[in-house]
Design a protein around this ligand. Structure first.
Ligand SMILES: Cc1cc2nc3c(=O)[nH]c(=O)nc-3n(C[C@H](O)[C@H](O)[C@H](O)COP(=O)(O)O)c2cc1C
Length: 371
C-alpha cells in the first residue's frame, strides 16, 4: 500500500522520512535541568522507533521557567553537554530527526512532579516566585505570579535566544517554541490570563506582541536551513478565551515571521477538561490552521492507530501526526502503525530480525487467529 503517513516531508532543507512525530513529553527526571541516565534510555529508544521526528521535552530557558525542579533546562554549559551525550546516542543507531521544544512555564511553574500530585511549591518547599503577563494565579492553590516588568521581558527574551543558540550548536534538526498549554507565551496570547494595559495586553495585536518578539529573536539565531515551529493552544475551551479564529490570525503572523509549522494543541490556560476529549479531538484545529493560514500543521491528541493517523494525512487535515501517550505505551508505535498499513517503518539494524516482512506477516495472521 502507498502510505501518506510514511511519505517524506520537507521543511526548509530538512526532510523527515515520514510524518510520525513523537511530541515533547516532560519527564521530570532532570537534575538541575541536566539530562540524566533516564534520558539516555528514553530518547535513544524513541530515536530507533521508526518516527520521522522525535521532539525532546519542554526545555526551559531559566530555572524559574521550569514546571518542576526536575524539568529540563538549557541555560548552562552542563545542560548543553548532557544533551550532546543524549543526542550522540540517538544518532548512533536511530534514524529519526531530532527536535527540541524551548519553553518557559510562567505562572504554571514551581510545582511538584505529577506523580506526587503536582501541587504548587512555596519557596520554603523548594519552589520560587513565578512570573506572568498579569498577577493572576493559574488556579486555587497556585501562587500569585509577578506581572512581568521590563527587566523580566529582557531576561526571558535573552533566555529564549540563548537556549536556541545552544540548540543550534547541539545540531538539533528542528526547533519549536512552546506557545501552548497556559505556559508563559500562551498566557500572553490568552485574554483570560493577560490583563495588561500596556502594549502587551488588550487587543490581539498586543497579546501576540511578546510571543512574536520571542519567535523573531529565535528565528534570527536558528539556522535558516532548518525549520522553526510553534506549538499553540488553538482554543482555551472557555467562554472569553482564545478561539480558533484568533489562532488563525496568530498563525498567519507567525508564518510571516518565518514559522514553518504549527503544532495544534489546545487548553491548559485553566484547569478545565476539554468537553470534546475523544479520538482526533484536536485534528479540526490542525485542519483549519493549515487551510486558513496556509502553513504546515501537526495534529496531536488521542491519535491511537496507524489507520487513524494515515487518514489524517491522506485527507489533507495535517502534514504531521504526533502520538504522545501512545508512544509511552508502545515505544515502537511507528513499527506497529506500519504493520497495520502494510509498510515497513524505519528500524535500527540490530532490530532487523523483528522487522522482517515474513515475520510481520505471521504475527498479523496469528493476531487474527490466536485464541
Ligand atoms: C507525560 C506527558 C508529558 C508531556 N510533556 C509535554 C511537553 O513537554 N511539552 C508539550 O508541549 N506537551 C507535553 N505534553 C503533551 C503531549 O505532547 C501531547 O500533546 C498530549 O499528550 C496529547 O497527545 P496524546 O493524546 O497522543 O498523548 C505531555 C503529555 C504527557 C502525557
Amino acid at each position: 500500500m502507498t502510505s501518506q503517513l510514511f511519505s517524506p516531508l520537507a521543511l526548509r532543507e530538512l526532510t523527515l522520512a515520514n510524518r510520525v512525530v513523537v511530541p515533547p513529553l516532560c519527564q521530570h527526571c532532570s537534575d538541575n535541568g541536566v539530562a540524566t541516565d533516564w534520558h539516555m534510555q528514553h530518547l535513544p529508544s524513541l530515536a530507533i522507533s521508526g518516527a520521522g521526528l522525535v521532539v525532546f521535552e519542554m526545555t526551559d530557558v531559566e530555572p524559574e521557567g521550569r514546571i518542576t525542579p526536575y524539568c529540563a533546562g538549557l541555560w548552562n554549559d552542563a545542560q548543553e553537554a548532557a544533551l550532546a551525550r543524549v543526542i550522540a546516542s540517538c544518532r548512533k543507531y536511530g534514524a529519526a530527526k531530532l527536535g527540541i521544544q524551548i519553553a518557559h512555564a510562567g505562572r504554571k511553574a514551581s510545582c511538584d512532579v505529577t506523580w506526587k500530585g503536582g501541587k504548587f511549591l512555596e519557596p520554603h518547599e523548594g519552589g520560587w516566585q513565578t512570573i506572568a503577563p498579569s498577577a493572576i494565579p493559574f488556579g486555587d492553590g497556585h501562587g500569585t505570579p509577578r506581572a512581568m516588568t521590563p527587566k523580566d521581558f529582557d531576561r526571558v527574551l535573552d533566555g529564549f535566544v540563548s537556549a536556541t543558540r545552544r540548540a543550534a550548536r547541539l545540531g538539533f534538526d528542528s526547533c519549536e517554541m512552546h506557545g501552548a498549554h497556559g505556559y508563559l507565551l500562551s498566557s500572553f496570547f490568552s485574554p483570560l490570563s493577560n490583563r495588561r494595559e500596556d502594549q502587551y495586553g488588550g487587543s490581539i495585536e498586543n497579546r501576540m506582541r511578546f510571543p512574536l518578539q520571542v519567535f523573531r529573536a529565535m528565528r534570527e539565531v536558528w539556522p535558516a536551513a532548518k525549520p522553526l515551529g510553534v506549538r499553540l493552544s488553538c482554543v482555551d475551551w472557555v467562554e472569553g478565551g482564545t478561539t480558533i479564529e484568533d489562532t488563525v490570525i496568530f498563525a498567519k503572523a507567525l508564518k510571516a515571521a518565518g514559522c514553518d509549522f504549527i503544532c495544534c494543541s489546545s487548553g491548559g490556560i485553566v484547569s478545565i477538561v476539554p468537553p470534546l476529549l475523544r479520538a482526533n479531538y484536536q485534528v479540526q484545529f490542525a485542519e483549519r490552521v493549515r487551510r486558513e493560514a496556509g502553513i504546515a500543521t501537526r495534529a496531536v491528541g488521542m491519535i491511537f492507530t496507524g489507520k487513524q493517523a494515515e487518514a489524517i494525512v491522506a485527507e489533507g487535515r495535517a502534514d504531521m501526526v504526533a502520538v504522545g501517550r501512545g508512544y509511552i505505551d508502545d515505544p515502537r508505535w511507528a513499527w506497529h502503525a506500519g504493520d497495520e498499513l502494510g509498510v515497513i517503518a524505519p528500524f535500527a539494524s540490530p532490530t532487523h530480525t523483528a522487522r522482517n516482512a515474513n515475520w510481520i506477516k505471521h504475527k498479523l495472521e496469528a493476531s487474527k487467529t490466536a485464541p
